[in-house]
Design a protein. Structure first.
Length: 271
């Protein structure tokens, strides 16, 4: 799970950006930001005048100089101390594997099957091909099985090579899971992490109204290694996003990964 303090800090930053209008710089938001800065300046000027009046500094040069300069110097000193303390901190990432819980949606990367004998059987929609040795679509079946009590939508990300085989994939898996809708998503290459992450973000941004990010799991078993990296990167955006990995060896468990980020002192991390 995510460290609550860091999550709250991220939420506070997001809310502040929304309130000030920085997150969405429309004309009305910019007008509000300008007014906020102007009125904040008025507040500072008013407080300074009140302080001058209270301390009667108008006819005392050194008092006036102290009131105008010393508070700023104090803030600089405090800021320098905070900077030094921040330099002493390190980020500690703790990742723990656990069993996945059923989700309503799933995103998978479809690997291409290259065995000519397997391809001939795929053309015949032979679902028994999934039980053959080293069939790259078997982990997808295992991953779906973990969610079948809730699953209703699977987004299938295809490379140009696996895209040519998608019709066979859909024919087999639609027969195995008739209650599930399979949606094809094409990318130019499984080697392009930028394209992969954008495709994942596009899927998550266009979810059905009855589904949110916490209802969708990204399966990082298929595809090539950059696809797995892209899936992990997208899942780190917030705590609602989950990834799963299907073990390729017995017992073929389906695991998700909970992570916790801690800011630790130098001495603690070195132990």
């Amino acid at each position: 799970m995510i460290n609550k303090g860091l999550m709250q800090a991220a939420q506070s930053k997001s809310r502040l950006a929304d309130v000030t209008g920085i997150a969405n710089p429309t004309l009305s938001n910019l007008a509000f930001l300008v007014l906020f800065v102007i009125t904040l300046g008025w507040l500072g000027d008013t407080l300074l005048e009140l302080l001058h009046t209270f301390l009667a500094v108008e006819n005392h040069f050194w008092r006036k100089l102290s009131v105008g300069v010393l508070p700023f110097m104090l803030v600089i000193c405090v800021g320098w101390v905070r900077w030094k303390l921040a330099q002493r901190k390190r980020v500690k990432l703790k990742i723990q594997a656990s069993e996945i819980t059923p989700h309503a949606g799933m995103i998978v990367f479809l690997s291409a099957i290259n065995n000519p004998n397997y391809i001939e059987r795929l053309k015949q929609s032979d679902e028994n091909i999934l039980n053959e040795e080293r069939c790259s679509w078997k982990p997808i079946q295992r991953g779906i099985d973990k969610h079948k009590q809730r699953l209703n939508t699977v987004w299938v990300i295809c490379s140009p090579e696996s895209g040519e085989q998608y019709k066979w994939f859909e024919a087999i898996f639609s027969k195995l899971y008739p209650h599930v809708s399979f949606i094809r998503q094409d990318v130019s290459s499984f080697e392009n992490i930028s394209t992969l992450t954008q495709t994942l973000e596009d899927v998550l941004a266009a979810l059905p109204k009855d589904m949110d990010e916490s209802d969708v799991v990204i399966d990082i078993t298929g595809g090539q290694k950059p696809a797995s990296i892209a899936g992990m990167m997208v899942s780190l955006v917030n705590a609602n996003r989950q990834v799963q990995y299907v073990q390729t060896n017995a017992p073929f468990d389906v695991k998700t990964y909970d992570y916790e980020i801690k800011t630790m002192g130098r001495d603690i991390v070195s132990q």
